[in-house]
Write a protein that binds this ligand. Structure first.
Ligand code: SF4
Ligand code: FES
Length: 240
């Protein structure tokens, strides 16, 4: 069933159950996002995608990557109130992750400066606890090598007990989806080794072009899961 709503004065129709963010994107209306990934369950962690909605006489700020479209809804994506909320969110994100270049770039784009009153004494790295890395590892790769550790203010993401994981296959999907660059994945100079989550993986060079393209453990895992002979996986996507 289709739902009628207005986003930035544009009358649009969206599939019932879809989010304001998706409806806006498919109508060429831009809403900034940080932790959202199309293929993963939205966590609503960063709240940068906040928009203002009006239902009857009531207006309020909602997280557009989670909030579902409703019949007759009026959405404003860049009102003064929205911009103030986003600016505050960015200041808080900068205070939480002062070393994240992605967050700093977003703040620069919106002309938001860090505020001393929000600065934390302790550097907690670049993680915003959005869970996208855990989700991709669990749901897409199917490995569950990482999860959340501790609670409250000490909550962080990592392998159990922060020890090298016995199940991690070194695919790097977590580092790829991490919006803030918190997960460090290093390749050796020649590309024959990759390190992530405290573990070093041997990389495989493509049989055809010689480029190192995947971790040996990752290819073994794919072979086991799909039944494709390991030997067939030793060619990179470009050469297949
Ligand atoms: S490490 Fe990155 S992807 Fe994982 S929870 Fe933190 S910010 Fe999100
Ligand atoms: S992009 Fe919607 S909460 Fe992060």
């Amino acid at each position: 069933m289709m739902v009628n709503l207005t986003i930035d004065n544009k009358e649009i129709q969206a599939e019932e159950g879809s989010t304001i963010l998706k409806a806006a994107q498919s109508n060429g209306i831009e809403i900034p996002t940080l932790c959202y990934h199309d293929e993963l369950t939205a966590s609503g962690a960063c709240r940068l995608c906040s928009v203002e909605i009006k239902k009857g006489k009531r207006t309020r700020i909602v997280t557009s990557c989670i909030y579902q479209v409703e019949e007759g809804l009026t959405v404003t994506t860049h009102s003064e109130r929205v911009m103030n909320v986003r600016s505050l969110i960015l200041q808080l994100l900068m205070a939480r992750c002062p070393t994240s270049e992605v967050i700093r770039e977003l703040a620069d784009e919106m002309d938001v400066k860090p505020q001393e009153r929000f600065q934390l004494d302790e550097d907690k790295g670049k993680c915003i606890l959005c869970r996208q890395c855990v989700e991709v590892c669990e749901q897409v790769v199917g490995v569950s090598a990482i999860g959340f550790l501790n609670r409250g203010a000490d909550k962080s993401v990592g392998t159990p007990f922060m020890e090298p994981s016995g199940v991690c296959i070194g695919c790097g999907a977590c580092a790829y989806v991490c919006p803030t660059g918190h997960i460090e994945m290093r390749e050796s100079e020649t590309g024959d080794e990759r390190s992530i989550w405290g573990k070093t993986f041997e990389m495989v060079a493509c049989k055809e072009c010689g480029r190192y393209f995947a971790a040996q453990d990752q290819l073994e895992y794919i072979s086991k899961k799909t039944g494709v002979p390991l030997d067939k996986l030793y060619t990179c996507v470009d050469c297949r």
